[in-house]
Design a protein around this ligand. Structure first.
Ligand code: OSB
Ligand code: MG
Length: 368
């Protein structure tokens, strides 16, 4: 396929309710929505960088800039046989994985539509249904988090992930166990809020049968996590620290984690995501698909990825109505059964874009 042109749209979408993590509070989602045009077919992608560089170094504006000034000029007019060629063409670009991912994923969608196969099929996914969990933000009180847990348990989500930070950790997890029992599939995500000096607190969390603790230590660390994992019974799951197959290999060799979170944007696209899935599978490390408040197009990419066999734990790809009054895809991402999403079998991502909704959310647009 020849990449003929690319449209960028800057979208701003209010979240239904603010979401707080250890590194900041979110009340709107900004993203760059990417459309790749080839032979009369459109492929879609969306970026997951935030407006401020607090999760990683990218921002919505750096994604726009890198796409417009470097990635799009490098790709337009080029023939790509498979989407893997995109990663190869963009290999000279250092990092900027979220920018790369947003166009790489759009090429995957376009390629699948042209070849009349679903994205899940193209990736090698076999599952027809995936189980999903939900991520729950920090609130001013433990009680407010308990109310949210209750709401999502009632909706049927298959596991609860609660955000923690120093001072809002052991007492939160203890309260959830007290209220909902030991049978509730529960994990905690620290988003790098601790250091090895907090080891006593982290060890206390060992008493609550968590499925895992996600990214307790620095965003760029795999050494201290290996030290910590040796002293914890609870599996550590890495998120922020993993950007590539090489990062994954090193973390596995060091014993820095026993589980991995794969986010398409964080690792520079679906090809790398699948390769990280594969190396983890070979080493007996289960993976699950993380979330970044995706709109429907990003959710669709996550669902297709999650159909691969080593995605054995429920991910953060919740239904559209978790965050959005109205999503940009049709149909919206909805449960097939409580806590379960069907993997679409339509061509490409298997969802249509609702241009009326998209236009309403578009702040600016550029075509090259
Ligand atoms: O660490 O997984 C994370 C949100 C913003 C930044 C980082 C993370 C998250 C979430 C929300 O946990 C996941 C989602 O529901 O999309
Ligand atoms: Mg995380």
């Amino acid at each position: 396929m020849k990449i003929e042109s690319v449209e960028l749209r800057y979208l701003r979408v209010p979240l239904k309710a603010p979401f707080e993590t250890s590194f900041g509070r979110f009340s709107v989602k900004d993203c760059v929505f990417v459309t790749v045009f080839s032979d009369g077919v459109k492929g879609y992608g969306e970026s997951v960088a935030f407006p401020a560089p607090y999760y990683n170094e990218e921002t919505t504006e750096t994604v726009w800039h890198v796409l417009e000034s470097f990635l799009i000029p490098q790709l337009t007019g080029k023939e790509v046989n498979t989407p893997a060629d995109v990663s190869a063409l963009l290999a000279p670009v250092r990092r900027n994985y979220m920018a790369i991912s947003s166009i790489e994923a759009a090429v995957w969608d376009c390629y699948c539509k042209q070849n009349r196969i679903s994205l899940a099929d193209a990736l090698g996914g076999k599952k027809q249904v995936i189980e999903v969990g939900v991520s729950i933000g920090i609130e001013p009180t433990v009680d407010l988090v308990l109310k949210n847990v209750e709401r999502f348990v009632e909706q049927g989500y298959k596991r609860m992930k609660v955000k923690i930070k120093p001072g809002f950790d052991v007492r939160l997890v203890e309260a959830i166990r007290k209220r909902f029992g030991d049978g509730l599939p529960l994990m905690a995500d620290a988003n790098s809020a601790y250091t090895l000096r907090d080891i006593d607190t982290l060890k206390q969390l060992d008493d609550y049968g968590l499925m895992m603790i996600e990214q307790p230590l620095a965003h760029d660390d795999i050494i201290d996590h290996a030290v910590l994992q040796k002293q914890l019974r609870t599996p550590i799951c890495l998120d922020e620290s993993i950007h590539s197959v090489e990062d994954a290999r090193k973390a596995i060799e060091l014993g820095s984690c026993r589980i991995m979170n794969i986010k398409v944007g964080r690792v520079g696209g679906l090809t790398n995501a699948r390769n990280i899935h594969d190396i983890c599978m070979r080493h007996g490390i289960p993976v699950w698909c993380g979330g970044m408040f995706e709109l429907g197009v990003g959710r669709a990419h996550n669902i297709a990825l999650s159909s691969l066999p080593n995605f054995t734990m429920p991910g953060d790809t919740s239904a559209s109505n978790r965050y959005w009054e109205q999503d940009i895809v049709e149909p919206a991402v909805e449960f097939f059964r409580p806590g379960m999403l069907a993997v679409p079998d339509g061509h490409g991502i298997g969802y249509e874009v609702n241009y009326k909704a998209l236009d309403r959310l578009t702040i600016r647009k550029s075509v090259s």
